[in-house]
Design a protein. Structure first.
Length: 236
């Protein structure tokens, strides 16, 4: 029988050049609604974040974690989610009934289908009576109509439209001609573009270690002093 335990970790607040620029004009309202609900001691619902990889879900969760400094948080990484049974999950969190549960790559709650993973998530929320922040690396169109309740906040992370992609690239100091952007872009694609353009003092070997859009975004964040529009960056 596998034994599990919790240990403390530090999550650095990531660099975001404005929530509305990164996630769309309506996202600031969603963000404040999430904070408001999670601040309520009696709110036991789910914050459901979903969308294709590279749209900034994990990056936003790291940002959100730092906005919830006065809350106890329990983060379950994807490799643990994949192997935990419902009973094991409940046993782990039982002593921490006032904590907020965070689950990244929550599609791993099922090996069958994302819809089943969502059902498993709803069941865990019902049994645990604790708020859960969960991110799915997929669209969930079939399962969402039944979730229109006050206990669930849901947001679909998608590509930024052409205009907003152009604006964000320009704000981040891209040298690319904005007229050449002909289709919507994910945050991962936008920040990858900036990373390629920015002179970063890393070796070729260290560049090869950047495997995900989030890693590229974080690398750029650590280099924000080199951005041409640095004075207008909001590190909030």
């Amino acid at each position: 029988k596998q034994d599990y335990y919790l240990r403390g970790i530090s999550v650095k607040k990531p660099f975001i050049y404005g929530l509305s620029l990164n996630y769309g004009k309506d996202f600031t309202v969603i963000h404040h609604h999430i904070l408001k609900q999670l601040a309520k001691p009696d709110w036991k619902g789910i914050v459901l974040l979903y969308g294709i990889p590279g749209t900034g879900k994990t990056y936003y969760i790291r940002y959100l974690i730092n906005e919830l400094q006065e809350k106890n948080l329990i983060y379950f990484p994807s490799d643990i989610i994949r192997v935990l049974s419902s009973s094991e999950f409940l046993q782990i969190i039982k002593p921490y009934s006032r904590s907020i549960i965070i689950m990244d790559d929550a599609e791993n709650l099922s090996n069958d289908h994302p819809d089943q993973a969502l059902t498993n998530l709803l069941n865990l929320n019902h049994l645990s009576h604790q708020p859960i922040i969960a991110a799915f690396n997929t669209y969930l169109p079939k399962a969402l109509p039944q979730l229109r309740t006050s206990s669930i906040i849901q947001y679909c992370f998608d590509r930024l439209d052409i205009n907003r992609s152009q604006i964000l690239l320009k704000k981040l100091g891209s040298q690319r001609e904005i007229e050449t952007i002909k289709q919507p872009m994910t945050l991962g694609e936008i920040y990858a573009q900036i990373t390629l353009e920015t002179k970063i003092e890393h070796t070729t070997d260290s560049r090869k270690q950047l495997n995900t859009p989030d890693e590229m975004i974080q690398l750029l964040a650590e280099q924000e002093l080199s951005l041409s529009d640095k004075d207008n960056c909001t590190l909030s």
